[in-house]
Write a protein that binds this ligand. Structure first.
Ligand code: FAD
Ligand code: MLT
Ligand code: ZN
Length: 475
């Protein structure tokens, strides 16, 4: 197995026996997969940076299936790796050793949609893009959107507390997820699948599972609040000569676009060069050190266009922005968004990528990229920065021709110490998974980490759920 350079020892879980296989084949006929070709792709993550050696993949269709699987695995001390669309970026979605892969891909039914409230209830394996189409046909949108929408599943989104491109407007899943159904490690079903906006009856248990990365339970169904589909959407793609100008543009944008602002994203010139080189995408404006993607979403096209026009006039007059283009029709909107959404894909063509997903006070976010460039000198192939400016979330990515332990030693713990120095977070939205778990103490006090360990032991006393993930070795 390959664990991205992290040394790990297999814990003393049972190994899958012929009797176990016979049990699963009876419980899930035709959905108990041992075919090495199918397993090969489920054992490796999207970035192809970590690889497990599981020999068994289970495809439950119902909550009862999941409950039966976990009850059995818990009694037999068999480790389980919950897997959604396998688009996670921190090595959490694939086994480290021979953990059984529990895939939610066949749990893809919409259970209910309320046309008045916009509350959608569905199984965890629904692909985000399919849910978007489903609710858009009914004049609503999903409250989250991300580049992986064609493969990631809502259960995986909730399990990672994914942020994405609409968080600035609609907030995090901690607010929009109204209810969850979760199967606990011993097979017990926790039905908190309510659709209430307000519910203060004791502890909000669903929050424990949002962002728990499959370590506390398997999410089987989600109830989520969808906003109304905006009647008018505009996208502006702008160039800035410095990050300082970009921040001033953000300040001005919030003031002038107010309630119609739905995204404020950025990429640097190095990202643009990768998009041009590896994906053959064209830069629609003059070359700049920084680019901004602004989206407005509102209910009145002429009102929104007028506001956007005034804003653009202002930032041009103040010389905050050097060049720009605006899209109102769908195809051009998609083309502009591709320049931001496809950076992750572009990076995979540049070599091995070291990915960092950092929360910082917004005025600090690009300083980390500049400091890292200086710190690494010519050790790295490219050091690029992009991300969700509106959320104070930087994606710092460093590429090299191949996996390079010396480069990694130069990046870590430097990047984490830098982040801790600003009281930032070493994982803004991707989670800790396998790769980041031992750095948790840079962002959380020891008392908080110890309490996380206590919660894990209470909910999963045999530690069968996604072992080696999220919690540090010290827990
Ligand atoms: P997986 O990758 O399969 O799993 C992720 C984690 O959740 C694993 O630990 C797994 O064990 C657990 N898990 C999955 N399903 C369940 C379940 N039903 N119950 C319990 N645990 C479960 N993230 C962002 O936050 N913002 C972005 O903008 C963003 N953009 C991305 C763009 C690209 C191109 C890619 C490849 C990834 C991006 N991501 C982004 C990463 C993000 O974490 C995932 O895309 C997504 O949220 C994971 O969903 P998934 O179904 O693929 O889960
Ligand atoms: C993004 O915002 O593009 C995603 O979080 C993926 C990434 O960090 O590459
Ligand atoms: Zn992101």
């Amino acid at each position: 197995n390959s664990t991205a350079g992290v040394e790990i020892k297999r814990l003393p879980f049972s190994r899958v026996s012929q009797r176990d296989l016979a049990f699963f084949e009876k419980a899930l006929p035709g959905r108990t997969i041992t075919d090495p070709d199918v397993l090969a792709s489920s054992n490796v993550d999207w970035l192809k940076s970590v690889r497990g050696s599981s020999e068994l993949l289970l495809r439950p269709q119902t909550t009862e299936d999941v409950s039966q699987i976990l009850r059995y695995c818990n009694e037999r001390r068999l480790a389980v790796n919950p897997q959604g669309g396998n688009t996670g970026l921190v090595g959490g979605s694939v086994p480290v050793f021979d953990e059984i892969i529990l895939s939610t891909s066949l749990m893809n039914r919409v259970l209910h949609f309320d046309q008045v409230s916009g509350i959608l209830t569905c199984q965890a394996g629904c692909v985000l893009e399919n849910l978007s189409s489903y609710v858009e046909e009914r004049d609503f949108i999903m409250p989250l959107d991300l580049g992986a929408k064609g493969s990631c599943q809502i259960g995986g989104n909730v399990a990672t507390n994914a942020g994405g491109l609409r968080l600035l407007r609609h907030g995090s899943l901690r607010g929009t997820v109204l209810g969850l159904e979760v199967v606990l490690a011993d097979g017990k079903v926790l039905n908190c699948l309510t659709s209430l906006r307000k519910d203060n009856t004791g502890y909000d248990l669903k929050q424990l599972f949002i962002g728990s990365e499959g370590t506390l339970g398997v999410i089987t169904a989600v109830s989520i609040l969808c906003p109304r589909k905006p009647k008018a959407v505009n996208v502006a793609f702008l160039g800035c000569s410095s990050f300082q100008q970009l921040l001033k543009t953000f300040h001005c944008c919030r003031g002038m676009l107010g309630e119609i602002l739905s995204a404020f994203e950025f990429l640097d010139g190095a990202c643009m060069r990768l998009l041009e080189k590896h994906l053959k995408l064209n830069n629609p404006i003059r070359e700049s050190p920084f680019y901004i993607v602004i989206e407005t979403a509102g209910s009145n096209a002429s009102h929104d266009e007028e506001k956007l026009h005034h804003f653009l006039q202002e930032v041009m007059t103040l010389s905050l922005v050097t060049d720009g283009t605006v899209a109102t029709e769908d195809a051009k909107i998609k083309a502009l968004w591709a320049l931001r959404e496809r950076i992750t894909e572009g990076l995979t063509h540049d070599g091995y990528t070291y990915k960092y997903d950092i929360s910082l006070p917004v005025e600090k976010i690009y300083q980390l990229v500049e400091d890292m460039r200086e710190h690494l000198g010519d050790k790295a192939k490219n050091v690029v920065g992009y991300g969700h400016v509106g959320d104070g979330n930087l994606h710092l990515n460093i590429t090299s021709h191949s996996r390079d332990p010396d480069l990694l030693a130069a990046i870590e713990p430097y990047v984490y110490k830098w982040t801790a120095g600003c009281r930032g977070s070493i994982s803004a939205e991707h989670g800790l998974g396998l790769k980041k778990r031992n750095y948790i103490h840079y962002s959380k006090p020891p008392e908080a980490v110890a309490l996380m360990g206590d919660i894990k032991r209470m909910l999963d006393p045999h530690g069968i759920l996604n072992p080696y993930k999220t919690l540090p070795d010290s827990c």
